[in-house]
Write a protein that binds this ligand. Structure first.
Ligand code: NI
Length: 261
């Protein structure tokens, strides 16, 4: 079965047909969905979805673009959800995003909340989901420090929607991380990601949508859903010269191992 490791079904673009879609996904070979929080509100909604649907799990955390809500309200609500809600399987998505930012103040703020949320993950004994865009070196530096300072952490988490080089992927894997591969791998210009998928060990690859975003070819630009991970799996199978069913089984086992499900 497909293990969807990163989706946002709390998004308002599913308001019209969320029930019907979530009812239908298991019939389209989707066995598990991890619904990822990106701020305080969506973390709450992720927990609600997980309490309602057997096959859905939740993560709580604040995306680097959304850390203003932590500046205002602090980390207490994220912490409360992580401690009290059932089926919270990771802290995330957290990280650094320097894409299209002006000035430099945001760097200090993003780093501060990234580190505080890593501390929360450590305290809770949970893996993290990393969002990193145009911030490869700073992300690596902070994660290396985190792993080195906590030698008891054997399952630090996943670098989601991976977009950096194959060399960088190996460095993340050496730290114990998994690599999240999504719809981008099916795009024509995805040469670097294809190289990464070719180079990394199969037991380190997770598949994801980042739905509603990043819909794979031949559905690029449309609203995404977890059943479309089949196109990502087919592409990985093509790159690795494997059978799609084998890729599906391996990525399911990887995700269950990482999320402890
Ligand atoms: Ni996401």
């Amino acid at each position: 079965m497909i293990f969807e490791t990163h989706a946002h079904y709390d998004d308002e673009c599913y308001d019209e047909d969320r029930e019907a879609l979530l009812e239908e996904l298991p019939k389209r070979n989707v066995g598990y969905v991890v619904n990822v929080g990106a701020d305080i509100e969506t973390s709450r909604k992720a927990v609600e979805l997980a309490s309602k649907w057997d096959y859905i799990y939740a993560t709580v955390g604040c995306h680097p673009d959304e850390v203003d809500c932590l500046e205002k309200e602090g980390l207490q609500e994220i912490e409360r959800l992580a401690e009290t809600a059932d089926k919270v399987v990771a802290i995330g998505e957290i990280g650094l995003d320097y894409f299209r930012k002006e000035g430099t103040d945001y760097v200090t703020t993003q780093k501060k909340w990234f580190k505080k949320q890593l501390d929360l993950a450590y305290k809770m004994g949970l893996p993290v989901i990393i969002h990193s865009r145009d911030a490869a070196k700073d992300t690596m530096d902070i994660l290396r420090e985190y792993v080195e300072n906590h030698p008891d952490v054997t399952n630090p988490g996943v670098v989601h929607c991976y977009s950096y080089s194959p060399e960088m992927a190996r460095e993340f894997i050496d730290l114990g991380f998994y690599i999240g591969v999504g719809g981008v791998v099916t795009f024509k210009k995805a040469k670097k990601l294809v190289e990464s998928v070719r180079a990394i060990p199969m037991d380190r690859i997770l598949v994801e949508t980042d739905a509603p975003y990043m819909s794979p070819e031949p559905h690029r630009g449309e609203r995404n859903d977890s059943a479309r991970i089949k196109y990502v799996i087919d592409k990985i199978a093509e790159i690795r010269e494997m059978d799609s069913k084998e890729v599906e089984a391996i990525t399911e086992a990887n995700a269950r191992r990482m999320y402890g499900i």
